[in-house]
Design a protein around this ligand. Structure first.
Ligand code: ATP
Ligand code: MG
Length: 277
């Protein structure tokens, strides 16, 4: 396992004496999209929260580019920036009082990204464009957008701080099927974009993280057709334990664990290699 990107090593999380995540190890290299699947309650969100430092670890460690990071409060600003979480409900994470432009500009200012006020405005336009929205998005408030548009805004906000790791926790499950597809296409584009050597930052942007390094993405979903569409690898979590880890091709053609086979059999209409409807 390479040191760069995200490494989760033997992580356990307890809630009131109950183990929700049990000795999970995984790695997501820059430019890769790793899918995390498992039924409801298997510990996917808890693992995501452990990675961003929102819940304490009962055991194990989380490493960014080979460096162990502490809980959220003890992380440096750069470490907090480095891992961004995109949640299921984008509305919950957007301040309704601020225009989208104000939210993005403030983020850039606080993190000293994109230079002066002009640089920040240019970067904001670039960010909304990157997620397929018009630049007048910047003048509007979160309530003025549809669910799919809000999820794009949440993605733009996560990208604004030039993360090394993106964790997407069921980012499309609150969206209807047609909108799901457009947001998923965006993730697919982002992965390609990030894998290329193009900088993800505006010219003149200052950053202590190398913006040319592609993003490592951990994509949580219980929808296997979504995983099939955008991931390189699959990790299967069952009752807090990793029971299978495989390339997407192998997972969908030769699942090894009975639980993986059960998950696959629960999706009778899934055609291997098919498009999302
Ligand atoms: N804050 C909490 N306090 C106590 N128990 C919790 C807390 N958060 C999660 N749990 C428990 O941890 C287990 C894993 O929950 P988690 O939310 O990680 O599952 P999940 O895989 O994300 O499920 P879903 O697919 O429904 O989102 C569950 O048994 C849940 O009840
Ligand atoms: Mg969850």
């Amino acid at each position: 396992m390479s040191d760069s990107g995200l490494t989760v090593s033997g992580v356990s999380v307890d809630f009131a004496g109950q183990r929700a995540v049990d000795g999970v190890s995984l790695g997501v290299a820059p430019g890769r999209v790793v899918g995390l699947v498992g039924e409801s309650g298997s510990g996917k969100t808890t693992l995501a929260r452990a990675i961003i430092g929102q819940v304490p670890l009962a055991a194990g460690s989380v490493l960014l580019d080979g460096v162990a990071v502490a809980g959220r409060r003890s992380r440096t600003a750069a470490q907090r920036r480095a891992v961004q979480l995109i949640q299921q409900d984008p509305f919950a994470s957007l301040n309704p009082q601020l225009t989208v432009g104000a939210v993005l500009e403030e983020l850039l200012r606080v993190h000293r990204l994109a230079g002066d006020a002009n640089g920040r405005r240019a970067r904001c336009r670039q960010l909304v464009e990157m997620v397929g929205l018009e630049s007048d998005t910047l003048l509007r408030y979160p309530r003025e957008f549809s669910g799919g548009q809000r999820q794009r805004i949440a993605i733009a906000r996560a990208l604004a701080v030039e993360p090394r790791v993106l964790i997407a926790d069921e980012p499309t499950s609150s969206l209807d099927v047609s909108v799901q597809k457009t947001v998923l296409d965006l993730f697919a584009v982002l992965a390609t974009h990030a894998s290329s050597d193009r900088p993800v930052t505006a010219p003149g942007g200052t950053s202590d993280l190398n913006p040319r390094t592609p993003i490592a993405t951990l994509f949580i979903s219980h929808d296997l057709s979504v995983i099939n569409a955008i991931c390189d690898e699959v990790i299967v979590l069952r009752a807090g334990v990793v029971v299978e880890r495989a390339s997407v091709e192998r997972f969908f053609t030769h699942p090894q664990h009975p639980y993986s086979r059960a998950l696959l059999e629960a999706v009778p209409r899934l055609q291997i290699g098919s498009e999302i409807p």
